[in-house]
Design a binder for this molecule. Structure first.
Ligand SMILES: Nc1ncnc2c1ncn2[C@@H]1O[C@H](COP(=O)(O)OP(=O)(O)O)[C@@H](O)[C@H]1O
Ligand SMILES: [Mg+2]
Length: 332
């Protein structure tokens, strides 16, 4: 549905986009993740025909944005980062206004308005002036204006930024519903947002794509974190035997966390991908040999936050692309 090919954007001598390429299949909800200044908004503005790239191409449903921006805008609804609204206008007047700019007239216009008012939950504020609305409701009005012409594609630039936690949940839910029958590209720097709403994630840093995949596929690229182990047994004996089992030269780090309640010893074990299976077996054998009880052995999964920090604090040359996993809702 969207094809982005080698986008480069210069602002004067500053290079904001350094060759961005990706494709979005129809129906996908794609999250654009990146720190401030990464180039998310610039990419979205080019995609929606509001800004020309210095080089590169964008095609929306086969139409080149630079050759025919008007046809592309008919297919795309866009909520800019700043969500520019006319504060003096009432919601109903504003929607009628944007609908008419979009070329809707008569019945098509009133049906369009009715549809977005329902979808975006605006009935309660329909006759209010926009200035009277909370930030959450203003964001709904922004979404409604983006959808008034029933576009196949929605481009939403940080749709939940500045909202309170309840409003965030509401807008996310709305976006998830919208995403069931259209293609959505949304940018954010909230990591939970992409995990909660997106089929696929692109991480962008300093004008380049540094990762592409599902949340699951991206987190699975990180080395395993430490194991948390809880053993029911005499504390001193458990400690001594574990230290004997994993002396410093094995490279396996054992960190005791405490005993709570007495007789239940908790510790953390740092493994490498190579030693991991062996370490878990050795712990199990030790427990069983001594007649202790293994209450728990688990590893908290790596988080998207760790992936994000790794990639955006220390950008890598080759993008991390979980190729076989990058499209649709596929999983490991
Ligand atoms: N109109 C502009 N003139 C000059 N520099 C700009 C302009 N717009 C954006 N930039 C710069 O380009 C970079 C990318 O900006 P932007 O696409 O807004 O990033 P993001 O949306 O990821 O925060 C930033 O360093 C920003 O300062
Ligand atoms: Mg931005």
């Amino acid at each position: 549905m969207i094809q982005v090919e080698n986008l480069v954007k210069h602002y004067g001598s500053f290079v904001a986009l350094k060759g961005i390429s990706f494709e979005v299949p129809s129906g996908q909800v794609l999250g654009f993740l990146g720190p401030n200044g990464a180039g998310k908004s610039t990419t979205m503005k080019i995609l929606t025909g509001y800004l020309y790239p210095s080089s590169g191409h964008v095609k929306v449903d086969g139409i080149d944005v630079q050759e025919d921006p008007l046809s592309v805008r008919k297919k795309v609804g866009y909520l800019p980062e700043t969500n520019p609204l006319y504060m003096d206008m009432r919601v109903d007047d504003y929607l009628r206004f944007v609908g008419s700019i979009r070329g809707l007239r008569g019945k098509a216009l009133s049906q369009g308005i009715q549809r977005v008012v329902e979808v975006c939950g605006l009935a309660r504020v329909y006759r209010k002036e926009i200035r009277e609305l909370s930030k959450g409701y203003r964001q709904r009005v922004g979404l409604a204006q983006a959808m008034i012409h029933d576009p196949e594609i929605l481009v939403l630039d940080e749709p939940t930024s500045g909202l309170d936690p309840n409003q965030i949940v509401e807008i996310r839910e709305l976006i998830r519903n919208l995403g069931t029958d259209r293609t959505v590209l949304l940018s954010t720097h909230y990591l939970q947002e992409v995990e909660a709403t997106c089929d696929r994630i692109l991480i962008i840093a300093q004008g380049k794509i540094v990762a592409d995949g599902t949340a699951r596929s991206l987190t699975s690229t990180l080395p395993p974190g430490p194991l948390t182990v809880e053993i029911k047994g005499p504390k001193d004996k458990v400690e001594t035997q574990l230290k004997e089992l994993f002396p410093p030269e094995t490279g396996v780090q054992v960190q005791f966390l405490g005993e709570d309640p007495p007789g239940e010893v908790c510790f953390r074990v740092g493994t490498s991908p190579e030693s991991d299976e062996h370490v878990r077996e050795a712990i199990f054998d030790l427990v069983s040999r001594n007649g202790w009880k293994l209450l728990e052995m688990h590893r908290p999964p790596a988080t998207l936050e760790q992936v994000f920090r790794k990639l955006t604090l220390d950008p890598i040359e080759e993008p991390l692309v979980a190729k076989e996993l990058s499209m649709g809702g596929s999983h490991v």
